[in-house]
Design a protein around this ligand. Structure first.
Ligand code: FES
Ligand code: FES
Length: 880
């Protein structure tokens, strides 16, 4: 039955499908893309907000057939002045990162400010309470709405930053379009005749596939292709480090987790594709899953993945004269214990999506949100059995990733469907499918013994770790390697003995997630520091003061730290706040942390750039790394501006396969360092020509190239005189202060960023990471029963809302990194490395309980949160 309503002042008439949501009607029928799909049909993220008769509604949970006669407003319907003001407020306050959540929040701000032109900060936090932002930590969003309120009231506001050089808080690249929902994400791309895809996933964590019958699905009207393993013309197995992950599981093979793909459908529309997917009949012989990593590596356990034994990796660090046990025995004080961390879901706001389009020249165009688009291209080409050159790839900057978009998700299946049908195909995961499919942060169990002398100087660290890597290798071995490498924190330790094992299981795969192993070992090591301080009779600040590394000291991997070691400066930066809080009788915890910039460990790494002067006198800035909300493209412009002296508006960042700029994954906090080096180097070549008197117009068509290779790191444990496991390290010290009820009142975070290329973006990265770190500490987890997550709800997964966030004070410390561009180093991950340990220390100061397991839900700080209670685990009958 037809439904008529007004959309942004214009009458529209549509004939919706039964049960169709307002969101689908707005996006798919009416081309309104400011409403985003973050969790349809959960209604839990706020990305799809629309005003219905003036009331804010999550459009994914609003039936369109109930909207007859209503007046519906989205951001597109605001007046030009209001749109302009809204965009300026968010951009000038740096109140956005990936931007996926922002249009919904911006519309919520309009609704609030129409009713209450002068809201308090608490009013604003309350208003945006149903909105999830996984990037910002909300602080700068609150700043943006406060600024917008001022603008609307006609009050004076600070002038926008026009300076695009290094050190200025220059506006985010394409920030205005992101705020207004105009800059497309992959799911916003449409093409004439485009088909929509859907996947069939395994409901079992371990089972043998006896048969796959697609006949019923293929007969559904509107279905154009049904693909299974039998249709893959090339290499069906892929993976970043090992080819152990099949794009489709074939008949006769085992499924290894509940995210395994059995079939893919392409149809005229998504509901048809999903209906057909439900009709694919798969016969399984269900097998007993391997769910415990310790059981997995014990003798007699069934092999989880046919390509590799269950012990995926073993990282060993042994350093120091003599035996670590003897060193511990000779120590004045020793603490020992077991620390456990949990599996964590990234919950980036934009679910995985790919678009693949046949091009007139016979190539396929792959539009991807991946963290390494050239790796995506390589793996898709191998999957299809075609040369890489026959795939054009383009990054569509994504709506958050945090490590979760390094591995392949739907790119290969989408490409296969496009190849089979000869038509453009879009395949997008639901939130539930997304959670089932992509790798998580590892749960790691860590046995630690740490010794010190009578004055509190560390003598030895012995650690044994085992991490659950789930069904596929992903980069799990490297995560445990990094956990081992960071096992001693930023401290001088003469005797080190660490073994870290990654194990396959039939749980969801684990791989890269912000922190990459450093968070886990930091929680354990910093806990040991607190316990030792008590034994020595000094406070938690002082024991760190006696042990932090300086230039010339040896890091736990054996690397001599030769430069840019800012840990003491960060410790000094928080000293006043630490003792002031103690003086005031507050419970306060402190933790230090460090995180590598660059993959290192002997891996050859690249930064690549091409600057191309275009006819319109813009300069295309090609690089190989991914923008995912961290602000990479903005700071690359700033490097280019600083070197060339050209205005920032000249530069147009691009990531595609016009040039062969494959640098690998945007991982390991390395893009600032390596892409920045390449951009500054290419920009210097352009500058040299400008300095010779050439105008930009004289240089049209010229290409300025820089390929920077970093190949001087050494593998973990490699014999040799000079150990250099990483190019650079970021350092941090954080304080957690509790209120009288044991709630987190304030976080103070001092971070050595080398050089703050864009201070507002630096703060945003740290604030967002602290938001994740507090969730990690107190509420976030992804528990699984028999290999299946027990919930897909944002609230039950424990992601903090705006109301749950404490005050966060950021102190930027600059200890220039000589190998980084203008002294900069990476800071994407370190923001949450010390957070959980600082919270644990504060909690012990509050109630005397030392907590050694995350999340610390048994604490007053966790009980005060509005999220993290798993009230309704999914019943097994609902597994599909
Ligand atoms: S609330 Fe509608 S998409 Fe998340
Ligand atoms: S900016 Fe809010 S989710 Fe990325």
């Amino acid at each position: 039955m037809a439904v008529e309503f007004k959309l942004n002042g214009k009458a529209v008439r549509i004939e919706p499908a039964p049960g169709e949501s307002l969101l689908d009607a707005l996006r798919e029928r009416l081309g309104t893309t400011s409403v985003k799909d973050g969790c349809k049909p959960q209604g839990q993220c706020g990305c799809c907000l629309a005003l219905v008769d003036g009331q804010p509604k999550v459009s994914c949970a609003t039936a369109v057939d109930g909207c007859g006669g209503k007046d519906i407003v989205t951001l597109e319907g605001l007046s030009p002045e209001e749109r302009d003001m809204t965009a300026r407020a968010f951009v000038e306050a740096a109140g956005l990162q990936c931007g996926f959540c922002i249009p919904g929040i911006a519309l919520r701000a309009k609704h609030l400010l129409d009713k209450n032109p002068s809201p308090t900060r608490a009013d604003i936090a309350k208003a945006i309470d149903v909105h999830l932002c996984r990037c910002t930590g909300y602080g700068k969003i609150l700043d943006a709405i406060e600024l917008l309120a001022k603008m609307r009231r006609g009050e004076a506001t600070p002038a926008p930053v026009e300076d695009g050089r290094v050190g200025a808080s220059y506006a985010r690249y394409r920030g205005r379009e992101l705020v207004l929902g105009e800059r497309p994400y992959v799911a916003d791309i449409t093409r004439e005749g485009m088909l929509l895809g859907a996947l069939v996933l395994s409901p079992h964590p371990r089972a043998r596939v006896v048969a796959i019958d697609t006949s019923r699905a293929a007969k559904v009207p509107g279905v154009r292709a049904v693909a299974t393993a039998a249709d893959v013309p090339g290499e069906r197995w892929y993976g970043l480090l090992y080819k152990d992950w099949p794009g489709f599981v074939a008949v006769g093979e085992e499924v290894r987790c509940v995210g395994d793909v059995l079939a893919a459908i392409a149809a005229d529309d998504e509901p048809t594709a999903r209906a057909a997917a439900a009709l694919v009949d798969v016969t399984y012989e269900v097998l007993e899953p391997v769910l415990d990593p310790t059981v997995s590596v014990a003798a007699g356990a069934p092999q989880v993945n046919p390509t590799h034994v269950n012990e995926l990796s073993r990282s060993v660090i042994r350093r120091g004269e003599g035996n670590v046990d003897a060193a511990l025995a000779a120590s004045a004080h020793v603490v020992s214990g077991t620390w456990k961390t949990q599996r964590i879901e990234h919950l980036f706001l934009e679910p995985e999506c790919a678009v693949v389009e046949p091009l007139p020249d016979g190539r396929l165009a792959l539009y991807t949100q991946g963290q390494g688009v050239f790796d995506d291209r390589r793996q898709v080409a191998a999957f299809l059995g075609v040369p890489e050159e026959s795939i054009y790839v383009e990054l569509v900057p994504n709506g958050g990733a945090f490590g979760g978009k390094e591995d392949m998700s739907v790119q290969s299946q989408t490409a296969l469907l496009a190849k089979l049908t000869g038509k453009p195909v879009k395949l997008r995961l639901t939130r539930e499918e997304s959670v089932r499919l992509h790798p998580k942060r590892h749960p790691i169990t860590m046995d630690y013994s740490v010794g010190c002398d009578a004055e509190g100087h560390l003598t030895a660290v012995k650690a044994r770790m085992i991490g659950d890597s789930g069904a596929y290798a992903s980069v799990g071995g490297k995560v445990l390697e990094r956990a081992a490498g960071h096992a001693c924190g930023p401290y001088r330790v003469p005797h080190v003995d660490v073994i870290a094992v990654a194990a396959y299981t039939n749980n969801p795969p684990c791989g890269a997630m912000r922190g990459f192993g450093a968070n886990q070992s930091s929680f354990a090591m910093e806990g040991c520091m607190d316990l030792l301080a008590k034994k020595v009779g000094i406070d938690a600040w002082e024991i760190r003061n006696r042990n932090v590394v300086e230039v010339g000291d040896i890091f736990s991997t054996g690397q001599i730290l030769e430069k840019s070691v800012g840990i003491r400066k960060t410790l000094e930066a928080v000293k006043g706040a630490y003792y002031a809080a103690k003086e005031a009788g507050k419970a306060v915890g402190i933790a230090c942390g460090l995180k590598n910039s660059g993959i290192g460990n002997g891996v050859e790494e690249w930064g690549k750039c091409r600057l191309v002067v275009e006819k319109d006198l813009t300069v295309s800035l090609y690089n190989g790394y991914t923008e995912m909300g961290q602000g990479l493209l903005t700071i690359l412009i700033q490097f280019a501006v600083e070197v060339t002296g050209l205005p920032p508006s000249v530069f147009r960042p691009k990531v595609d396969s016009t040039f062969a700029l494959g640098c690998g994954q945007t991982t390991g906090s390395r893009a600032t360092l390596f892409a920045g080096r390449a951009v500054t180097s290419a920009a210097a070549k352009l500058r040299a020509e400008l300095d010779q008197g050439h105008a930009l117009g004289d240089l049209v068509g010229r290409v300025y190239a820089a390929d920077e290779c970093i190949d001087d790191t050494t593998p973990l444990g490699a014999p040799g005189i000079r150990v250099k496991t990483h190019t650079s390290y970021g350092f941090a010290t954080q304080l957690c202060v509790l209120d009288a009820d044991g709630r987190v009142e304030r976080i103070v975070a001092a971070h050595d960023v080398g050089r703050a290329v864009n201070p507002a973006l630096c703060e945003g990265q740290i604030q967002g990471a602290i938001h994740m770190g507090l969730g990690y500490a107190l509420s976030e987890e992804l528990p699984c029963v028999d290999g299946m997550p027990v919930t897909f709800s944002r609230y039950q997964l424990g992601i903090l809302r705006a109301r749950d966030m404490p005050e966060v004070e950021i102190l930027l410390v600059e200890e220039p990194e000589p190998e980084g561009p203008f002294g900069a180093k990476g800071l994407g991950e370190i923001g949450l490395v010390p957070t959980a340990a600082a919270v644990a220390g504060a909690l012990e100061a509050f109630d005397g309980v030392r907590r050694t397991q995350l999340p610390m839900k048994d604490s007053p700080a966790a009980r005060a949160l509005s999220v993290g209670r798993i009230r309704s685990p999914l019943p097994r009958e609902s597994w599909r």
